[in-house]
Design a protein around this ligand. Structure first.
Ligand code: RB5
Length: 148
């Protein structure tokens, strides 16, 4: 798959360790920044990455900041993106099976690299179950977005 990744400074180190691992799994990775551990604002990287997933240029996205919370809030503002913040493998599996999440958020200051790799591996290889979960996804998509 074509995978877009992004981080802020709080997720930069984890992102740099995760990118070769994602490639080893057989995926193509594009980095939307940031490109150093200098302090930056996570919306500047999360929004362009999420838009690239929403418009179909990438099948999935992975967003990392210090907690994973800031990037997940940004990504979930973008129509068509279902971003799941995961800190454990079971959540990563279930969010693929039940929510068809297309962006994974993680906290670079919260989880270690081995946990992040395990989460990423499962999240990238688990299929959406469809069925009863599809109508729930459709309800999310149908909910009107207000300004702000
Ligand atoms: C940056 O210091 C930090 O606030 C950011 O990485 C993230 O944790 C925000 O949710």
């Amino acid at each position: 798959m074509k995978i877009a990744v992004c981080s802020d400074h709080g997720g930069y180190e984890l992102k740099t360790k995760l990118m070769p691992f994602i490639e080893e799994l057989g995926h193509e990775v594009t980095d939307f920044g940031c490109f150093s551990s200098e302090s930056v604002d996570y919306p500047d990287f999360a929004f362009p990455m999420a838009e690239a997933v929403a418009d179909g240029r990438f099948e999935r996205g992975i967003a990392i900041c210090g907690t994973g919370i800031g990037v997940s809030i940004c990504c979930n503002k973008v129509c068509g993106v279902r971003c799941a913040l995961c800190g454990d493998v079971l959540s990563a599996e279930l969010t693929r099976r039940h929510n068809d999440s297309n962006v994974l958020a993680m906290g670079g200051r919260i989880i270690g690299v081995e946990t992040a790799k395990a989460i990423t591996r499962v999240w990238l290889s688990t299929d959406f179950e469809g069925g009863r979960h599809l109508k729930r996804i459709d309800k999310i998509a149908a909910y009107p977005r207000k300004e702000g």
